[in-house]
Design a protein around this ligand. Structure first.
Ligand SMILES: O=C(O)c1ccc[n+]([C@@H]2O[C@H](COP(=O)([O-])O)[C@@H](O)[C@H]2O)c1
Ligand SMILES: Cc1cc2nc[nH]c2cc1C
Length: 367
């Protein structure tokens, strides 16, 4: 296999088409309600048109929820309200249809794909298409050891790239990206703090099921210790993901970059995805042009990361269950924006209106 050169993504990722964006704006000028009167939906419609390279913007017809799943060794420290190793259980519940994302996805008619990168369970207990990309069973305890070997990090990153290609090739026209992870918000906190040059207390939140003060202090200490291990490798993003990320995070970073290469828009979910997006931005500065921030989860590290990428969350309802649920809530808004941009009628031709006025003026003169 050829060696992975992350710098290639800088050249491979183009900007959304500026000419198409101007065409979308021009069309918007001609529609029956003044441009801007639909607020952020106007921006959204024009952004989507540019991403698609199409005016009028096409409806989002084949969206998909893609969830990368993994357990994190750091959960053994009691930094999560869930028991270490229990992401496998969550993933199974997502597939069986009993999680919040399952309910919302059914309601919206959107398929959910779960990709196991490092769940802590016997791979034989999950469907083959779910475990196919797994690189190991549980990622390492990042406060004292690397999450992954360099080889595992590369394999996980490549798996994410492959999944993005599979989605783009099968006609997926928008992805809602989320994670199913236990201990994942601790790893995310480390990545955000490391890349934003801030310290543990600024990025440490209460996680999915809110943790108590003691657990918060343990999480803060774990992030502080892992940050010390992250700083020496800050210049090498793949090594950073190996040192303090995890297989699911490495895969999501690859997925985000390849989605941008393939011009497939992505709605980002919570702090874990935001942290991966920040790593991806470091690799290719244009990549965030292809993403939307679905929602503000209330986790401090997420806000910090989104701010760095100048992404403004579409919704703000304090949804912190992860698993793409908050981001999926934003999908109908994006679809509404696309429908308005495509279907609102254009005004009568201004020339016609002018000529009527001239005729009336002439009539006025002769009378
Ligand atoms: O979306 C967020 O910002 C968010 C904030 C806290 C927790 N979560 C989710 O909750 C799950 C457990 O995370 P953790 O780190 O508290 O074990 C994981 O799937 C996270 O994505 C998600
Ligand atoms: C206006 C706009 C600008 C963006 N830049 C990156 N994602 C974006 C999404 C929107 C909607």
């Amino acid at each position: 296999m050829s060696s992975l050169n992350l710098d290639d993504f800088t050249d491979l990722i183009e900007r959304p088409d500026g000419g198409v964006r101007r065409d979308a704006e021009a069309r918007r000028e001609r529609q029956i309600v003044p441009p801007g009167s639909l607020g952020r939906l106007d921006d959204l419609g024009e952004w989507l048109a540019a991403a698609q390279g199409a005016v009028p913007v096409r409806p989002v017809e084949q969206p998909r929820v893609v969830l990368f799943a993994g357990d994190h060794g750091v959960a053994e420290l009691g930094v999560s309200a869930r028991p270490a190793g229990s992401a496998a259980e969550l993933a199974r519940e997502v597939l069986e249809g009993g999680r919040p994302v399952s309910v919302l996805a059914r309601r919206l008619g959107v398929p959910v794909r779960v990709v196991d990168m490092a769940l802590d369970c016997d791979p034989g207990t999950l469907p083959e298409d779910v475990v196919r990309h797994r690189v190991r069973r549980g990622s390492g305890r990042i406060d004292i050891e690397d999450a992954l070997t360099a080889e595992e990090a590369e394999a996980a990153f490549r798996a994410g790239v492959a999944v993005a290609d599979e989605e783009a090739d099968s006609g997926t026209d928008l992805v809602v990206l989320g994670d199913v992870s236990v201990g994942g918000t601790t790893a995310a906190g480390v990545l955000v703090a490391a890349l934003c040059g801030t310290d543990a207390s600024v990025v440490t939140g209460r996680g999915g099921l809110a943790i108590d003060d003691l657990a918060w202090m343990r999480k803060c200490a774990a992030i502080r210790d892992a940050l010390r291990r992250a700083r020496p490798v800050l210049g090498d993003q793949l090594q950073l993901l190996a040192t303090v990320g995890g297989a699911d995070l490495a895969a999501m970073t690859g997925f985000l970059l390849q989605s941008a290469v393939r011009k497939m828009p992505v709605i980002l979910d919570g702090v874990v995805v935001a942290a991966c997006a920040l790593v991806a931005q470091r690799i290719a500065f244009r990549a965030p042009d292809w993403w939307l921030a679905g929602h503000n989860s209330g986790e401090p590290g997420q806000a910090k990361a989104l701010d760095r990428m100048a992404l403004e969350p579409l919704l703000d309802h304090g949804v912190k269950v992860g698993e793409g649920a908050g981001a999926l809530l934003a999908l109908p808004l994006v679809q509404a924006a696309a429908a308005l941009a495509a279907e609102l009628p254009e005004q009568e031709e201004p020339e016609k209106a002018d000529s009527v006025t001239e005729e009336q003026a002439e009539v006025g003169e002769t009378e």
